[in-house]
Design a protein around this ligand. Structure first.
Ligand code: SDX
Length: 434
């Protein structure tokens, strides 16, 4: 545990109940925490926090978010600087090892990742078992979970070397698996990795090239893909990262843990939002209909929510959304479609929402998913692949957080309690009497 004890305690006083002193812990940035690990033993009470709105589940040195200020940092470096000054391989090294690599370290890391990009050939049979119209996220969950059946030599979670190999394999093979999921869905042949290409170039090559002709990739598009990976790399203890940590806390192998993270990310309230944004924009269809949908989003009796808006932590602009918006302009300009109707519709939707009292009062701003779908559509990805790309990029964050947990000597299985609201004990009633 890296938090340090500070002065000051928290009294829990209830009429007739035992009060207790609880220590406070302070990290390097952000709110102090009340250390409640001994609360139940001392008071017989649980805390109650469904959705974990006020709960720190761990201590971590990887990512810091200040939701009020709209700040996101990885190991102390602001996301804006990482997105403009570094590349995804540097960010992967930073997340995994805590420091930006020098030139030699970067070259070796990139080489090591590159030489793990191929998939065991037998896994192709697993792809063949899916329907062609299977959602690619279903394929990702299945194939990534199955990796533990092929890479037994990196499943011993107590061996730091095996943890590192499994980490590299996961980072390296996600683009290959994601590209294969796409190829399978469109009935084209799988394309093997090319070790001469960068991580983002290789992914685009495996996804969009065909054996019948050379594949030409613009540097602007490759850079945009790399930047999109950076923007999705890690994000503190979000739902899918917490899922990976909880799965890992039982000692499950890393491939199973990442498959669990992929499954959680799929939800439209989380990583599935980028696909949901495009579906929503297509449903809105025209700027003329924007106000109607804004009203639906505000209507308590209407389940519709403005996808790509709002965030559990950010009560200000998601800093990733601003970089994503800029990248959107660059890509659409490069592709000669800067008048893309979806972009115009999204910008109008954003303008109207940000002026609306409901969104202002509830501090609902665009999040990382609001613009990403528009870029990915412009790059040629079907909407069903949007969350796959999120999972591809977030794998390094999941793996870094999993390693941090596994290296914590105090690590123990996560096992929350509950507030029981069911029936008290009652006698069994035999079937004949029911
Ligand atoms: C990601 O956690 C992370 O870090 C996630 C992520 C990452 O990188 O890992 O950042 C990635 O998941 C981004 C979020 C993508 N999801 C969406 O864009 C889906 C739309 N957004 C909402 O579903 C919602 O904003 C959440 C799920 C993102 C956050 O929900 P919370 O924190 O539980 O907030 P809430 O549902 O309690 O909302 C607070 C109020 C509610 O109104 P009241 O009940 O207080 O009257 O705001 C309203 C909500 O109804 N609200 C919205 C809204 N989001 C919240 N109303 C309309 N449209 C929305 N999008």
């Amino acid at each position: 545990m890296s938090g340090s004890k500070v002065n000051g305690t928290v009294q829990i006083n209830e009429e007739g109940h035992v009060s207790t002193d609880l220590p406070m812990l302070e990290g390097s940035l952000g709110p102090k925490v009340i250390d409640i690990r001994k609360l139940y033993a001392q008071t017989g009470h649980f805390t109650y926090d469904p959705g974990f709105t006020s709960t720190a589940s761990c201590d971590s040195a990887i990512t810091y978010i200040d939701g009020d200020e709209g700040i996101l940092m990885h190991r102390g470096y602001k996301i804006e600087e990482l997105a403009s000054e570094s590349d995804f391989m540097e960010v992967c090294f930073l997340l995994l090892k805590g420091e930006l690599p020098n030139a030699e370290e970067k070259a070796k890391f990139s080489h090591d990742i590159t030489y793990h990009t191929m998939l065991h050939e037998q896994l192709i049979q697993l792809f063949r078992g899916f329907r062609r119209d299977a959602h690619p996220m279903a394929i990702m969950v299945g194939v990534v979970g199955a990796l533990s059946a092929f890479y037994h030599d990196s499943t011993d979670i107590n061996d730091p070397h095996q943890r590192m190999i499994a980490s590299y394999r996961l980072i390296a093979k996600m683009p290959t698996i994601a590209a294969m999921a796409y190829k399978y869905s469109v009935g084209q042949p799988f394309i093997y990795p090319n070790n001469e290409l960068s991580y983002a170039e290789n992914f685009m090559h495996m996804t969009f090239s065909v054996p019948a002709e050379d594949y030409k990739l613009s540097p602007t598009v490759a850079r945009a893909m790399d930047r999109i990976f950076i923007l999705h790399a890690d994000h503190e203890q979000n739902a899918s990262t917490s899922t990976v940590r909880l799965a890992g806390s039982s000692g499950a192998n890393p491939f199973a843990c990442i498959a669990a993270g992929i499954a959680c990310l799929w939800g439209p309230a989380h990583g599935g939002a980028n696909e949901a944004v495009l579906t929503m924009l297509e449903e809105i269809g025209s700027v003329d209909n924007v106000q109607e949908y804004i009203n639906k989003a505000k209507d308590k009796n209407d389940p519709f929510r403005l996808m790509g808006f709002g965030h559990r932590v950010y009560k200000n602009y998601d800093p990733r959304a601003k970089v994503m918006q800029q990248t959107c302009y660059e890509v659409l300009d490069e592709l000669g479609i800067k008048d893309e109707p979806m972009l115009k519709l999204a910008m109008e939707l954003e303008r109207i929402a940000l002026e609306d009292e409901y969104f202002v009062e509830k501090k609902l701003f665009p999040n990382v998913d609001f613009y990403s779908g528009i870029i990915l559509k412009a790059l040629g990805f079907p909407t069903s692949m949007f969350t796959v790309l999120f999972a591809l990029a977030r794998t390094v964050g999941w793996v870094a957080q999993w390693n941090e947990m596994m290296e914590d000597p105090g690590q123990k299985i996560g096992r929350p309690r509950q507030l029981y609201t069911g029936p008290a004990e009652r006698p069994f009633v035999p079937l004949v009497k029911r």
